[in-house]
Design a protein around this ligand. Structure first.
Ligand code: VGL
Ligand code: ZN
Length: 199
């Protein structure tokens, strides 16, 4: 049987209530994600991991506020509050996450000049993280996604995974979204159209 992997996206303190870029109800998904980890064949985690002064931070752009956009060489980029700074408590996994079974942690967003929502490619949609090769080399062809945020890192990971030829399920009960300017509806539609199973 083809290998299966659970990929848990960015279940970190800064995306949970009290964090720098809190997603409403972000901490509520810890119990369902832990249950999924228990049942999973293989587990991969992603960790948003930015250097201080990262180009996706509004604080790096004079006169800009969080949630505004700028045009980067690779396209439009939403600006965020400073979050998930390398080595900070905010970048740590939620303390309730049962992470010990994880076989791989993919860190993303570590290049100062480019953001990375997807677990597979940075926001230029060209620079790979290596995850597709890792999964393929291990015979894993089907993935299930859970985590934060539904309409950003989870959605872009799902879309890239389909493009890379993986069978993709997103467990919406184990995700929470940011919903910026209708992004939730837009990204759910894009995932559905791409052939992602929304469960
Ligand atoms: C995320 C915005 C910035 C996410 C990460 O995990 O969805 N969103 N960095
Ligand atoms: Zn980030």
């Amino acid at each position: 049987m083809a290998g299966q992997a659970l990929i848990v996206i960015d279940l970190q303190n800064d995306f949970c209530p009290g964090g720098a870029l809190a997603v409403a109800g972000g901490d509520e998904i810890v119990p369902p994600v832990n249950a999924m980890i228990r049942d999973a064949e293989h587990v991969v985690l992603t960790q948003d991991w930015h250097p201080a002064g990262h180009s996706s931070f509004a604080s790096s752009h004079a006169g800009k506020e969080p949630f505004q956009t700028v045009t980067m060489p690779y396209g439009e980029q939403t600006l965020w509050p400073d979050h998930c700074i390398q080595g900070s408590t905010g970048a740590d996994f939620h303390s309730g996450l049962a992470w010990t079974k994880a076989e791989l942690v993919i860190r993303k967003g570590f290049r100062p000049a480019i953001d990375s929502y997807s677990a597979f490619f940075e926001n230029d949609h060209a620079t790979p993280t290596g995850l597709a090769g890792y999964l393929r080399e291990r015979g894993i062809s089907a993935i299930t996604l859970a985590g934060l945020a539904t309409d950003f890192c989870v959605a872009y990971s799902a879309l890239d995974a389909v493009k890379q030829g993986f069978a993709v399920t997103v467990r919406l009960d184990a995700c929470r979204g940011i919903d910026l300017g209708g992004s939730m509806e837009t990204m759910l539609g894009r995932m559905r159209d791409a052939g992602v199973t929304l469960a």
